[in-house]
Design a protein. Structure first.
Length: 60
């Protein structure tokens, strides 16, 4: 899988990435993968429980 107009890879979450979510919502949609580097390799996510709790509230 490669990055394209509807697919974006990020190694970790940073609050400014909410702009990608907004862009996907305002276009034809898309998928933001967290824990994957730019080459498409899985690098994992630290503190997944905390991130799972934070993201829905932050995006709303």
């Amino acid at each position: 899988m490669k990055e394209n107009q509807t697919t974006e890879f990020k190694e970790s979450w940073h609050d400014e990435y909410v702009r990608y979510v907004s862009a996907f919502c305002n276009t034809d949609g898309g998928t933001l993968y967290i824990g994957i580097d730019d080459e498409g390799r899985v690098v994992g996510v630290k503190q997944t429980g905390k991130l799972i709790e934070k993201l829905p509230n932050f995006i709303v």
